[in-house]
Structures are given as structure tokens and as C-alpha cells.
Ligand binder design. Structure first.
Ligand code: PLP
Ligand code: COI
Length: 338
């Protein structure tokens, strides 16, 4: 086997051995099949290509301290894909189909699960697409569900070190009554221009504000935003952000630490009052935010000293990682242990 430098993996696609598939026709999902083919053969009029009938998920499997493999919050990701499918009028997978496909994909690609202690993990990417042909704007009659896996390292090359992000008030990734609350590919296409502007200015991430008033914080690229102030874990409640499963988990951990959990509208004007800021998600895990640049005001907001992760973010990160790696008890049953 080609050797993988586990400790220096980035967040990219590396070919693995197998992917798992099912097709939905005449009202039923077919039994799962495993294939080594990385390509899909699609009808050119498939609704996923024209009308964005596409949903994806992202979750991770970890090799634990005890050698066992754990998949983090499988059921929550299944439920979110079902919500996305329902909103975009696609045939939803069942929780069971989703779970079985993810487990099968991980088991069959066991040699790609990064060893314990490398900091890397096996990223699981479930994908649901409309494959039936339509020319009118209508839901497809056929769907395909695919799960592939690929080993990944940190999403931001900084790892668990504070990143700098930039506000973009001139592009929205989603609208209050739009698709931001579900995980459809179109939201990510809509984010590419602002990501490009930020990258060219030297910032790995973007801070999105609410589309209507640009008064409240929405989220940070492909991750939710949180802040720490006066013993509170503060995170935006907004109809246009993706309900992050990592954030849901951090709210529980924050409450365990005795922090007050505030999930509410968070005004941009509160930024100078925050002791710590961070972004959280499956890919991002916790990426502390060292500073936020606002190009319209030509102002930079700095959290802590801007270069050292804050104590609460560090404790949250370490506690979450310990649960995912089987180093700490998992009292809420977040892991599926294979
Ligand atoms: N927000 C967006 C837009 C995302 O793409 C993601 C990644 O899935 C998240 C937040 C974080 O969600 P989760 O913690 O469930 O991965
Ligand atoms: C994830 O955290 O799983 C994401 O979806 C982020 C990104 C790679 C789209």
C-alpha cells in the first residue's frame, strides 16, 4: 500500500478502496452495494446537475486509544440528512440505511483509518443526489445515496491554533427563509466568492452576518461561531445557519463545565466584549479565532492575545477529542463503537 504520512495530512481527497451505494426507485431503497469505482454514471438531465437536488453530510471515525474505531454522532448526521432531503423534496434515506452505509464504508476501508495519536481521522462523506431526468423544475423520480470515506488532517492548516477571519457584508451564503439550515451543495457554491476574497486578503475564513440587517453574527465559513464571556458559552441562534452537531455537543460540554449556555441572536457589536471566540464543526473541530478583520470599518477585533487559544476553548477541545478518541467516558452515548 502507498504510504500515508498520517501526521501531515491536510483536508483533501485521498482515494480509498470502497464506497457504498443505494438507489431509490419506485418508492424503495435498494440493498446497499459496495464498489471500487470512484465514478458515477449519471443521466445528463439529472436534477442534481440542473436544479441542485443534492445533499451531503460530514462526520468522522476515529481510531481510539484502545484500538477500537468510533464514529461520532452518526444518528444526528442521519437525521440532518433526512431533514435536508425532505426540504429539497428528495427521497430521504432511513436512519438505518445511513448508519449501515457509514459503518460498511468505514469497515471496508479499515486500512485508511489513521492510527491513534496522529491527530488525523477518517472523514465520512454521505451524498444524496437526484438522478432521475427532468427538464421542468420538479423533484426527480430516482435518487442515489453514496457514502465514501477519506483520511483527513486539520481543515485549517493552523490546527488547534487561532485563525484570522474576515467579515463579508457584501455576499450572503443563505437567507433567513432560504436553505442555510440544511446541508445542500448550493449553500457552498454561494460561499465560494467570499471565501476567495478572504483567501486573497490572507484570511482562511469568512464571518457571515445575517442577510437581512447585517447586525447579527451568523456563522464562520463551514463552521458555527461561538464566544466565551463572563462564564457563558454564547452561540448564534439564526434560521440561516446550519445546526452544527459539534456545536450541539459543545453546548452540553459547556453546561457540564458550569458555563451558562446562551443560544440567541448575537450582535456583531458584541465582538469587543468577547474573551474568546471560535468556530466549530466536524472538519474544523474547534478552530479558535484569534482575530476578525472588518474591511468596511478597517478594524480588527482581537481575542485574548490573538495567538494563544483561550482556556475555555482549550478545555472544550480537549474534552471533545478525549470522548472521540475513547480516552474519556462517553456518558451521552455519542460514539458508535465498531
Ligand atoms: N456550518 C456549516 C455551513 C457547515 O458546513 C458545517 C459542517 O458540517 C457546520 C456548520 C458544522 O456542522 P457539524 O458540526 O455538524 O459538522
Ligand atoms: C464538515 O465539517 O463536515 C463540513 O461540511 C465542512 C466542509 C468540508 C464543507
Amino acid at each position: 500500500m502507498e504510504t500515508i504520512d498520517w501526521k501531515n495530512l491536510g483536508f483533501g481527497y485521498i482515494k480509498t478502496d470502497w464506497n457504498i451505494r443505494s438507489t431509490h426507485r419506485n418508492g424503495a431503497w435498494s440493498p446497499l452495494t459496495a464498489t471500487q469505482d470512484e465514478n458515477l454514471t449519471l443521466h445528463m438531465a439529472s436534477t442534481c446537475l440542473h436544479y441542485g437536488q443534492e445533499a451531503f453530510e460530514g462526520l468522522k471515525a476515529f481510531r481510539g486509544a484502545d484500538g477500537k474505531t468510533r464514529i461520532f454522532r452518526l444518528e444526528e448526521n442521519a437525521k440532518r440528512m433526512i431533514r435536508t432531503a425532505e426540504y429539497t423534496m428528495m427521497a430521504p434515506p432511513t436512519v438505518e440505511l445511513f448508519r449501515d452505509a457509514c459503518i460498511e464504508a468505514v469497515r471496508r476501508n479499515e486500512r485508511f483509518i489513521p492510527p491513534y495519536g496522529t491527530g488525523a481521522s477518517l472523514y465520512i462523506r454521505p451524498l444524496l443526489i437526484g438522478t432521475g431526468a427532468q427538464v421542468g423544475v420538479k423533484p426527480a423520480a430516482e435518487y442515489m445515496f453514496v457514502v465514501f470515506v477519506t483520511p483527513v488532517g486539520p481543515y485549517y492548516k493552523e490546527g488547534f491554533r487561532p485563525i484570522s477571519i474576515m467579515v463579508d457584508r457584501h455576499h450572503d451564503r443563505s437567507a433567513p427563509l432560504g436553505t442555510g439550515f440544511v446541508k445542500v451543495g448550493g449553500n457552498y457554491a454561494a460561499s465560494l466568492t467570499s471565501a476567495d476574497i478572504a483567501h486573497k486578503a490572507g484570511y482562511p475564513g469568512v464571518l457571515y452576518l445575517d442577510a437581512r440587517e447585517k447586525k447579527y453574527i451568523d456563522e464562520s465559513g463551514a463552521a458555527n461561531f461561538f464566544a466565551i464571556r463572563d462564564g457563558a458559552y454564547i452561540t448564534p441562534k439564526s434560521p440561516s445557519i446550519l445546526p452544527s452537531i459539534t456545536n450541539m455537543s459543545l453546548r452540553d460540554l459547556a453546561a457540564d463545565f458550569g458555563l451558562r449556555v446562551e443560544q440567541r441572536e448575537v450582535e456583531f457589536a458584541e465582538l469587543p466584549t468577547f474573551e474568546e471566540a471560535g468556530s466549530c464543526g466536524t472538519a474544523a473541530v474547534i478552530s479558535p479565532i484569534g482575530n476578525i478583520y472588518d474591511p468596511d470599518e478597517n478594524r480588527t477585533y482581537i481575542f485574548g492575545d490573538g495567538t494563544t487559544p483561550g482556556p475555555v476553548s482549550t478545555r472544550l477541545y480537549e474534552t471533545l477529542r478525549a470522548i472521540q478518541l475513547g480516552e474519556a467516558p462517553d456518558p451521552r452515548g455519542w460514539n458508535t463503537v465498531l
